[in-house]
Design a protein around this ligand. Structure first.
Ligand code: PMP
Length: 444
């Protein structure tokens, strides 16, 4: 009978859910059936405040009619066209619009854009561009890629190899020649910091250690998330990214910022690159690029990287791409998204709210079991003491409780992460902190 279940009560058997404890979920499912503005509606009719912008992606809020209309128009005009040895105008138009707001300072923007279908694809694309670039400039011995402990760079083999998640590294084989910086999380020195932590800049010198160990002439690129999201909101110490940039430059190593979550306004500037004033050579994005509506990613490259690859003999400069690179419908969604971001000032709105945001969540300090609170822009991480018998259980209980009471949060281990749509109101920020605080109390 499962194949004939009515639409409103589908069988849960066939869908093998990603990044989900399938058996646990299917025993007590949570289903979202519609969304508008700051809210989801659950299948039992309850309204749920979106504390996570979906999965860090619905930056302009849900149900944006401008995006829906643009997608519908595009589907009726040009539903698909290849971008291999062919083109279509909207991909060039979208890239041009992105170039105008690209990460980096005026005159030094990373304004060459390679389209992908997701964050994972953006990461693997950036790593391949870095390797191709080194080869193109006569540095073909540079094949090593450096990531960081507790980094998350998606699920491609490149991304898991430079990523720092042990569950990935234990189960799957790695790209040869990757290595990792230590992470910057240091609650002993930095707990309950608002904004960037004061201590830990010297951890960037880890890259010097790896240079000494492997030789600079073997290292192509170093990739970090400016703010690590998925592994628990790790905010870079003051001066850390600057130092990493300086070391990379000195040793001819390309610096890649993975801005899949920080891109498109999350910190109060269009990109973390702009927020921190540190310019890498490549920036990976996805998620907020289309407000989460149509899957799409983009890699921003500096002119220097791009132009080096355009110098060789005639032929394909970068032997890489996806069927859906520059998909016309995704480009339409992206252009409409940029219109909304521009009209509503959303790429900088987090800067206006970040003080109230920080105050609301730092107010939870002192609640039983809360060991750290970290905030930057419109991101918050609240760390709970793990139960020795069941690590992760305390935060998971908070997540389930919040959902039952109308708030969607995210948890990773015993860390709670919040990252609402950038249209969030001050009242809604207060509501999030209150619901969360009550759930933390109950879980204690
Ligand atoms: N990089 C970062 C920093 C991310 O946060 C994510 C997704 N959370 C990815 C890459 C992978 O993106 P996707 O799930 O779209 O492949």
């Amino acid at each position: 009978m499962t194949g004939h279940a009515p639409r409103n009560a589908p069988s849960l058997d066939a869908f093998w859910m990603p990044f989900t404890a399938n058996r646990q979920f299917k025993a007590a499912p949570r289903l979202l059936v519609s969304a508008e503005g700051m809210h989801y509606r659950a299948d039992d009719g309850r309204t749920v405040l979106d504390g996570t912008a979906g999965l860090w992606c619905v930056n302009a809020g849900h149900g944006r009619q401008g995006i829906a209309a643009a997608v519908e128009r595009q589907l009726g005009t040009l539903d698909f066209a290849p971008t291999f040895q062919m083109g279509h105008p909207i991909a060039f138009e979208f890239a041009e619009r992105l170039a105008a707001i690209a990460p980096g300072p005026d005159g030094g923007k990373l304004d060459r854009v390679f389209f992908t279908g997701s964050g994972s694809e953006s990461v693997d694309t950036a790593l391949k561009i870095a390797l191709a670039y080194q080869r193109a400039i006569g540095q073909g011995t540079r094949t090593r890629l450096i990531g960081r402990e507790r980094g998350y760079h998606g699920v491609g083999f490149g991304g898991i190899s430079v990523g720092g998640i042990l569950a990935n590294r234990r189960v799957f084989p790695q790209l040869p020649g990757t290595d990792h910086l230590r992470h910057t999380h240091d609650p002993a020195r930095n707990a309950f910091t608002k904004g960037q932590p004061a201590h830990g800049m010297e951890l960037a010198d880890d890259l010097e250690r790896l240079v000494a160990l492997h030789g600079a002439e073997t290292i192509a690129a170093c990739i970090v998330e400016p703010v690590a999201g998925s592994t628990g909101v790790l905010i870079p110490p003051t001066g850390y990214l600057e130092r990493l940039r300086e070391i990379c430059t000195r040793h001819g190593i390309l610096l890649i910022f993975d801005e899949v979550i920080t891109g498109f306004g999350r910190l109060g500037a269009p990109f973390a690159t702009d927020f921190f004033g540190v310019t890498p050579d490549l920036v990976t994005t996805a998620k907020g690029l289309t407000n989460g509506t149509i899957p799409m990613g983009a890699v921003f490259a500096s002119r220097a990287v791009h132009d080096a690859l355009m110098q060789g003999p005639d032929g394909i400069e970068l032997f890489h791409g996806y069927t859906y690179s520059g998909h016309p419908v995704a480009c339409a969604a992206g252009l409409a998204t940029l219109d909304i971001y521009g009209q509503e000032g959303l790429l900088t709105r987090a800067a206006d709210l970040s003080e109230d945001w920080a105050a609301a969540f730092h107010d939870l300090r002192g609640r039983k079991g809360v060991t750290d609170i970290r905030t930057l822009g419109l991101i918050a991480g609240i760390e709970l003491a793990s139960r020795p018998d069941a690590p992760g259980k305390r935060a998971y209980d908070v997540f389930v409780d919040c959902f039952a009471r109308g708030l969607l949060i995210r948890v990773t281990g015993d860390i709670i992460a919040l990252s609402p749509p950038l249209i969030v109101t001050r009242d809604q920020i207060g509501e999030m902190a209150e619901t969360l605080g009550a759930a933390i109390d109950r879980a204690a």
